[in-house]
Design a binder for this molecule. Structure first.
Ligand code: BEZ
Length: 222
């Protein structure tokens, strides 16, 4: 059985384009997006790594570090970075793990032998600061990933860790959220001073709680 949500992300030591790293130590108190790509010098991967590099400010804003992995060797990663810079307009600005002996790939279940016996598929692991796996995604080798979606889920995870809410289909940061059913209406009145609309007793939508006005605004008695 592969890694599941809530599992501790396995620690490892690996050679990367920024030197040897101990994964947990490198992650520190940040969130991590660990993603595998099948091979260096391949077209879909080239576009993906350029796109992730371009998203760096969005990762930083959320306290997230990106780290890629392929089973190719370190010198190939370095040579390929030039191609990525020339074709995508930006070079990778995050570490890429060289995993030729497939130690990390096997630990994380990144090789799906009935899809490809030798090379990793496109996996994504979102890992929180407690090193727990919070999201896993697996894409086929032929489909480039939607990294905006990964940021969207991180926004949801970070919001729902801090407030008793969940986020509806296709939600984006700042849009209305769902008050979780375990919060009673009485509790919700205190926690969600902006109120809510209830389509059903279990389906209560409220504005993003981060936009709630400060407490001194809540006194409506006067
Ligand atoms: C690619 O990155 O284009 C790719 C890599 C492996 C298999 C298929 C496509």
């Amino acid at each position: 059985m592969g890694l599941q949500l809530g599992d501790t992300a396995p620690d490892f030591v690996a050679h990367t384009t920024v030197g040897e790293i101990r994964f947990h130590e490198w992650a520190g108190d940040d969130w991590v997006v660990l993603f595998s790509h099948p091979r260096d010098f391949t077209p879909v991967c080239t576009t993906e790594l350029g796109y992730v590099a371009r998203l760096k400010p969005e990762f930083v804003r959320r306290g997230v570090r990106a780290i890629g992995l392929s089973v190719d060797a370190l010198d190939a990663h370095h040579r390929w970075a030039d191609d990525i810079r020339e074709t995508q307009g930006i070079a990778p600005n995050f570490p890429i793990i060289a995993d030729p002996d497939r130690r990390v790939a096997d630990t994380y279940g990144m090789i799906h032998p009935r899809h490809d016996e030798l090379f990793t598929v496109r996996t994504v692991f979102v890992i929180d600061p407690r090193k727990k796996v919070r999201l896993t995604l697996t894409y086929p080798q032929t489909a480039g990933r939607n990294f905006d979606e990964i940021l969207r889920v991180i926004d949801s995870l970070q919001l729902t860790d801090a407030h008793s809410v969940s986020t509806p289909a296709n939600w984006h940061s700042g849009e209305d959220v769902i008050i979780v059913p375990s919060v009673s209406d009485a509790d919700a009145r205190a926690r969600f001073p902006q109120g809510w609309t209830a389509a059903r007793p279990y389906l209560r939508l409220t504005p993003d709680p981060r936009t709630a006005r400060p407490e001194f605004d809540l006194d409506t008695s006067g």
